[in-house]
Design a protein around this ligand. Structure first.
Ligand SMILES: [Zn+2]
Length: 80
């Protein structure tokens, strides 16, 4: 019998950050936070979440920021 288990991507949540200034192009309200989760599955049934990654991207300069590059403003907007 073959066991189908492993990880699969869960849903991706996008949220715009209207009050945060992009650190590169200095435009306000152009940033979007994207949170994606990875699930552990058995026979394609999600059992539990194994990881979450958050990136913030700018629609103006097309810049993408990873968690270790977030400014204080970005971190505060995530906690809200
Ligand atoms: Zn930008």
């Amino acid at each position: 019998m073959i066991l189908f288990l492993g990880t699969k991507p869960g849903k991706t949540i996008s949220k715009s950050l209207p009050n945060v200034v992009c650190p590169y192009c200095e435009n306000k309200g152009t940033l979007t936070r994207v949170t994606s989760t990875t699930y552990f599955h058995l026979f394609w049934i999600s059992l539990f979440r194994v990881g979450t990654s958050t990136t913030i991207s700018c629609s103006h300069c097309k810049g993408t920021y990873f968690e270790d590059e977030f400014t204080e403003e970005m971190k505060q907007s995530i906690e809200d």
